[in-house]
Ligand binder design. Structure first.
Ligand code: GLP
Length: 244
């Protein structure tokens, strides 16, 4: 779906999320959201915060699982996805702290493998993700599933692509400060979500959006795996859609 700008697209996505939260609440159920970081979802979070403050949208029945986190990374670090999520969303809504799940960038190397298995199991124990929000990296990564990621990959640690580290360099004040690794949900973890919404804004996403939507399904562009998912919508602005 192509919108004239990111604000209009973000409002539409926030409305879908809010409607899902409300419909789950009416049924007395939890709403399990898979959340993303990066600049792409920022306006969606802004709109959800506005709905909470102005329309009384409650997040008390919401459980969240974030896609990824740099590794190693402390929670206090302003580059952490933990910090990002609190700054843009969690600090401004009534979600219960125990319902927030973000991969922990402080687990020891020895515990990392088991930690990833536990993260994957925790999602299943909540009944799976109802709606997964995604951005896309220039390498075609979703979460931090870089080129080469397997269709059936699960939550794990991954070595970041050099393009991804280059793109993250400005916010880390230099590529040498960008962590070389991350923890990410896998492609299978994402594919298991009942509904997926991928957001992409701006001209610099137009080429990867073309490959993702029109290209052959391949581990070289992990986002192409979404072509096999039966309820995925790409929400684009005119610039991101310009090569389609
Ligand atoms: C990071 C995140 C991704 C995100 C991507 C694009 O690599 N791990 O989840 O989709 O950046 O970021 P942006 O939305 O800022 O373009």
């Amino acid at each position: 779906v192509i919108f004239s700008n990111s604000k209009e697209g973000s409002i539409k996505v926030a409305r879908e999320i809010a409607d899902l939260i409300i419909s789950k609440k009416t049924k007395g159920k939890l709403c399990v959201l898979g959340l993303a970081t990066g600049s792409s979802p920022v306006k969606v979070y802004e709109e959800l915060v506005r709905m909470h403050k102005e329309e009384g949208l409650s997040f008390k029945n919401v459980v969240t699982f974030n896609l990824d986190e740099y590794y190693p990374m402390t929670k206090e670090n302003i580059q952490s996805y933990y910090y990002f999520m609190h700054q843009h969303l969690f600090d401004h809504i009534d979600i219960l702290p125990e319902n927030i799940n973000i991969p922990d960038g402080t687990v020891s190397v020895d515990d990392l493998h088991q930690y990833c298995i536990d993260y994957e199991n925790a999602i299943d124990q909540k009944g799976g993700i109802d709606l997964q929000l995604l951005g896309i990296g220039r390498t075609g990564h979703i979460g931090f599933n870089e080129p080469g990621s397997h269709f059936n990959s699960e939550t794990r640690s991954i070595i970041l692509d050099s393009i991804t580290r280059f793109d993250a360099a400005p916010s880390f004040l230099g590529i040498e400060n960008v962590p070389k690794k991350a923890i990410t949900m896998g492609i299978k973890t994402v594919r298991k979500a009942k509904r997926i919404i991928l957001l992409a804004w701006g001209q610099n996403k137009s080429s990867i959006i073309k490959s993702t939507i029109e290209g052959e399904i391949s581990s070289k562009v992990p986002a192409t795996y979404l072509q096999r998912h039966n309820s995925t919508t790409f929400i684009l602005d005119i610039e991101a859609a310009s090569e389609l």
